[in-house]
Design a protein. Sequence first.
Length: 152
Amino acid sequence: MQMAGVFVVVLSVLTSGCRDVRDQVVAAEERGPTPGAAATSEHTWFARSLSGTAVRVAPEPDPPVVGRLRLVLTVEGAVQPSSVDLVSPTMPMHGVVRVPVVNGERGPVADIDVPMEGDWALYVNFADGTETDGIPFTVAAADSVVMEHHHH
């Protein structure tokens, strides 16, 4: 649980300059992974599979919103990701949404549809049959939903 506390602190400390941070992250990814490097964006998530494959997940848009969410994966290791699962820990009736990982311009990406705001968890599945622990994240209400309420 100690890591969760650190994650929350990092989230609350890094709150401005998302565009600049993202550009730095992209530049860092082009240089390749740095051993032991900390996340440079508040929404770059890190996880490791049972077999030891490490992966960083950068959501676009950042922060995540309801609707289409692109996940840019940076894998540290030889095993490639095959799919991503989206689950709602608080509302299991949504089931598991599994989407394939495809090769994008900057490496492996997965496009997922987040059906509603709330708490979610991502699992990255690898070709060797392992998966990461759940990566928790929260989706706030989309701006378009907020705007619709003003029109009534």
